[in-house]
Design a protein around this ligand. Structure first.
Ligand code: ZN
Ligand code: ZN
Length: 340
């Protein structure tokens, strides 16, 4: 079988290896589609550290072609996706209902056995069946949808809120779709790339902001002098976090999902946090939200197709990585077997 591997940062190659064995508790998936995630590009660029050689890809869908003898929740022929954030189930965090903080978090994509491969063999417990009305393409977005659900939950968003979204990539645009459906009264999305701002408008953003040209917090205060109830920062740089904080009204909530390598201190005055009862919190991964993400995707309410801007064959993986690092790409998908 063919699969993609990064022998080192900045290089992606297709290699051959035998189809992986199916142990008792594992499921062999014939992968159909796999999306390039921000994490994959950070690994490719050498910003997010992993051991090389490394097999990227954790947002994928496919069909079960074999299952070990202990497997009971899926069978051959089932259409599936995976939750790549694979918790141990045994540590103190797992037993407290916090699988995203598992001490032994295993990411198949972050170790090996990545999704840009014709076949993957993965533990049954990370495999989820998807209904027929979710396409293999849409199914690659279930993991990002589940992460956004966690972010919006943690932000405590309520109908009628003024919401600011920082970043118009996959996470930002899914946040936009969710917040509009949750009844946000106004959603303002900040994104430097014009194409993504236009896409955000098409997907329902009330206003967009080009942060290279105008101050996001001033724009927000023009719309409502008190500021935003909720800010969702999908970028997570010191600049965006500080600007996000400046957008908040009293009692406002800022959640940060972007993992940025910039280590600059953020000068948020502690008195403001205390007197204005601000919430500034990080959100990580997708604890217990995959089932809801599958349901939402199946509901068809969310036009997730719009987020898929490019598609490539596995043999073109280097081009897929190239394009995904360019500004205009939102979600770049790779087809494993020349079919959907
Ligand atoms: Zn991802
Ligand atoms: Zn654990």
């Amino acid at each position: 079988m063919r699969y993609a591997v990064l022998p080192q940062a900045g290089v992606v190659k297709i290699e051959e290896k035998p189809i992986p064995p199916v142990e008792d508790d594992k499921v062999l998936i014939n992968v159909k589609m796999c999306g390039i995630c921000g994490t994959d590009t950070l690994i490719y660029k050498g910003i997010f550290h992993v051991n090389f050689p490394y097999s990227p890809g954790h947002e994928y869908s496919g069909v079960v072609v074999d299952a070990g003898k202990k497997v009971c929740s899926v069978k051959v022929g089932d259409r599936v996706t995976v939750n790549p954030n694979h918790e141990c189930g045994l540590c103190s965090y797992c037993r407290s209902g916090l699988p995203n903080h598992c001490e032994n978090l295993k990411k198949p994509g972050i170790k090996s056995n990545g999704g840009f491969a014709e076949y993957v063999s993965v533990p049954e417990k990370i495999v989820y069946r998807i209904p027929d009305n979710i396409s293999f393409k849409e199914a690659t977005l279930i993991e990002p949808v589940s992460c956004v659900l966690h972010m919006v939950d943690e932000a405590g968003m309520k109908a009628g809120d003024l919401v600011v979204i920082i970043g118009g990539g996959t996470m930002g645009l899914i946040s936009l779709l969710l917040c509009k459906n949750y009844g946000a009264r106004t959603v303002i999305l900040s994104e430097p790339v014009e194409y993504k701002r236009a896409l955000a408008k098409q997907l329902g953003a009330d206003l967009t902001c080009d942060p290279a040209k105008e101050s996001l917090s001033s724009l927000v205060k023009e719309v409502d002098r008190y500021g935003a109830d909720v800010v969702l920062d999908n970028v997570g740089s010191s600049n965006t976090i500080y600007e996000g904080y400046k957008c908040l009204r009293k009692k406002g909530r800022l959640t940060i999902s972007g993992l940025n390598s910039d280590k600059t201190d953020i000068p948020i005055p502690s008195q403001d946090i205390v007197k204005n009862e601000l919430t500034v919190k990080g959100v990580f991964l997708n604890p217990n939200t995959i089932i809801r993400a599958i349901g939402l995707t199946a509901s068809g309410v969310y036009p997730l197709d719009y987020l898929i801007t490019h598609e490539f064959e596995l043999s073109e993986i280097d081009r897929a990585f190239d394009i995904s690092m360019k500004g205009e790409a939102v979600k770049v998908l790779v087809r494993m077997n020349g079919q959907e």
